[in-house]
Design a protein around this ligand. Structure first.
Ligand code: NAP
Ligand code: ZN
Ligand code: ZN
Length: 346
């Protein structure tokens, strides 16, 4: 076993603090990674505060992991020492169910193992990326393109793939009007990726504060949802909408902004069920859908796409000890646009 340093939440809603634990030794198919940077996803806050239920403590959050390979098992073929490697939201799956066979392991029905707040198939609790090292089976490790800086690439492992997957699945591209609701960690990646795919991108934000940023990130249009006129002006105008909002909002007015047959994909996962009036769905054959991160193959495709287009996240780099303040600032939408922990400060 290898001694590992990290930061953990000792109980729901308690502040995070230093935590020592052990990682397994490198097995035949394992890759050991020295974690350099880890992004802070809003899901870390939902889980550390047990807003989704069923959380286990102590919890070491973190699923936007970027680092350097320090050792590989004897049967590893895809990685070597010194490679830039990433780990996202899950570290194993059943490999046998129809979803695993199709490469959409994020929907595994036989036992998906999340990077933290979960259990390995042998029952060992998983601990995430707010730590100095991690050992993961090679099939669940990603290559980070060499031209991307590790700090700003780390959040691609969740924020990037969570937007890339629905944008690809629902065909964002030239001639498509795409709305991104909420300009946070996920939303700002949605703007960059949808823009790079050639779509016409509109940001719907709850205030006007981020307008200049949105344009700089690649948005063609920006509207505040706090202004009631926005909904009249944009009625029935989008082919696709991706809603990244982390707070409890009424989805009904957003659905009215879709064209006939268009889809609103929900990726934001607030604590409470969202209200939804069904008439806007019925009256224009609109669809409401959900989407969860992406499979390993698609995550690699997203990283390669970002490497090719030089897309990384806009980050604010922080020390590990700043994490509790960072959580408070995220809850106030006061981050441009992702906090990334520098593990050298651990
Ligand atoms: P984030 O950085 O905090 O961004 C969320 C954005 O929501 C904010 O920037 C803000 O955008 C908007 N917002 C916040 N409070 C609001 C309010 N009261 N009313 C209206 N809008 C509000 O969070 P994130 O890391 O992007 O994550 C967003 C959500 O996605 C979280 O619930 C997270 O758990 C979930 N998530 C889901 C997946 C998945 O696979 N489906 C993956 C990762 C994360 P504006 O200031 O522009 O309004
Ligand atoms: Zn996440
Ligand atoms: Zn499976």
């Amino acid at each position: 076993m290898q001694k590992t340093k990290g930061y953990a939440a000792p109980a729901a809603k308690a502040p995070l603090g230093p935590f020592a634990f052990e990682r397994r030794d490198v097995g035949d198919h394992d890759v050991a990674i020295d974690i350099k940077f880890c992004g802070i996803c809003h899901s870390d806050i939902h889980q550390a505060r047990d807003e989704w239920g069923g959380a286990t403590f102590p919890m070491v959050p973190g699923h936007e992991i970027a680092g350097v390979v320090t050792a590989v098992g004897p049967k590893v073929t895809k990685f070597k020492v010194g490679d830039h490697a990433g780990v996202g939201c899950f570290v194993d799956s059943c490999r046998k169910c129809p979803q695993c066979e199709k490469g959409i392991e994020q929907y595994c029905s036989g036992g998906l193992v999340f990077t933290y707040n979960s259990k390995e198939h042998d029952g060992t609790p998983t601990y995430g990326g707010y730590s100095d090292k991690v050992v993961v089976k090679e099939d669940y490790v990603l290559h980070i393109p060499a031209n991307l800086p590790l700090d700003a690439a780390a959040p691609l492992l969740c924020a990037g793939i969570t937007l890339y997957s629905p944008l690809m699945h629902w065909g964002a591209g030239p001639g498509k009007r795409v709305a991104i609701v909420g300009l946070g960690g996920l939303g700002h990646m949605g703007v960059k990726i949808a823009h790079a795919l050639g779509a016409e991108v509109t940001v719907l934000s709850h205030s006007m504060k981020k307008q200049d940023d949105a344009k700089r990130l690649g948005a063609d249009h920006f509207f505040a949802t706090s202004n009631p006129e926005t909904f009249g002006k944009l009625a029935s105008s989008f082919d696709l909408m991706v809603n990244t909002v982390s707070a409890d909002i009424d989805l009904t007015p957003f659905v009215t902004l879709l064209k006939v047959d268009a889809t609103m994909v929900v990726v934001g996962a607030p604590e409470k069920p969202a209200p939804l009036g069904v008439f806007p769905l019925i009256m224009a054959r609109r669809s409401l859908a959900g989407s969860c991160i992406g499979g390993i193959q698609e995550t690699q495709e997203m990283l390669d796409f970002c490497g090719k287009h030089n897309i990384v996240c806009d980050i604010e780099k922080i020390a590990m000890s700043y994490v509790n303040e960072a959580y408070e600032r995220i809850l106030k939408s006061d981050v441009r646009y992702r906090f990334v922990i520098d593990m050298a400060t651990l």
